[in-house]
Design a protein around this ligand. Structure first.
Ligand code: NDP
Length: 240
């Protein structure tokens, strides 16, 4: 188990009501963080504070961060996890299919980080962890919107690293491969099998395998890592 980064450690996980975000929130609770999750619906896991927020809606994030800071204290770790897919071939992709996915996956991370960064600057300590995807660097046919949004997170993390690296704040990207969740359950069995044959590990990963890497990046052990992209993909995207 990784030790939490500070004695007054408060972590915010977006989209922590299900899937990978939920597993990350559970892990950070076990690590000893005070954990808040944002959710549009449902609840975060036991031991977390659930706040309603839509990452597309800046006002709801303003209210969420204010509530978290009032109830748990200043946020020191952000996990920008909320994300969506709207897959289709480029020729069929509408302007809205593109902009809505980029606005949720990339814009949502920006809006979340921007609102929680003030307390990190005051504390001279912060961990920003952005959940990207193998799709962002490998490129996936039918995911022009999603791949672009996830690649954008790499530039975002690296700009933050240059801007705030001297203030005790790190920003890193975790790039999961295929992970068992509602998102991959949408793929039919034949497609799942085809993808599995391309993964050197021969299987999809679990949300807990992502959560373990996030836990480590948030810990003191990762204090000198920033602007990095950590693939957690069973070897699928080698060469990032
Ligand atoms: P799920 O579809 O299971 O969960 C997505 C989460 O994001 C939900 O909590 C959802 O909330 C939340 N969310 C979506 N849109 C918004 C929004 N506008 N505002 C607030 N919350 C929102 O996905 P996963 O758990 O699989 O994925 C989590 C992250 O990991 C995503 O960023 C995804 O792109 C990434 N990823 C996943 C992979 C996989 O194989 N599963 C592979 C690579 C990356 P709600 O319940 O309200 O819809």
């Amino acid at each position: 188990m990784n030790a939490p980064a500070t004695p007054d450690h408060v972590a915010l996980v977006t989209g922590g009501n299900r899937g990978i975000g939920r597993a990350i929130a559970e892990r950070l609770v076990r690590d000893g963080y005070r954990v808040a999750v944002t959710a549009r619906s449902g609840e975060g896991p036991e031991g977390t504070l659930t706040v309603r927020a839509d990452v597309n809606d800046g006002a709801s994030l303003d209210a969420a961060v204010a509530q978290i800071e009032a109830e748990l204290g200043p946020v020191t770790t952000i996990v920008a996890n909320a994300g969506v897919t709207k897959d289709t071939l480029l020729m069929r992709m509408s302007d809205d299919d593109f902009t809505s996915v980029v606005d949720t996956n990339l814009g949502g991370a920006f809006r979340t980080v921007k609102r929680a960064i003030r307390s990190m600057l005051r504390a001279k300590h912060g961990r920003i962890i952005l959940i990207s995807s193998v799709s962002g660097l490998f490129g996936v046919a039918g995911q022009a919107n999603y791949s672009a949004s996830k690649a954008g997170l790499v530039g975002f993390a690296r700009a933050i690293t240059r801007e705030l690296g001297g203030r005790g704040i790190t920003a890193n990207v975790v790039a999961p491969g295929f992970i068992e969740s509602d998102m991959t359950a949408q793929l039919d069995e034949k497609t799942q099998k085809t993808y599995q044959t391309q993964i050197p590990a021969g299987r999809f990963g679990s949300a807990d395998e992502i959560a373990g890497v996030v836990s480590w990046l948030a810990s003191d052990d990762a204090s000198y890592i920033s602007g990095a992209v950590i693939p957690v993909d069973g070897g699928l995207g080698m060469g990032h």
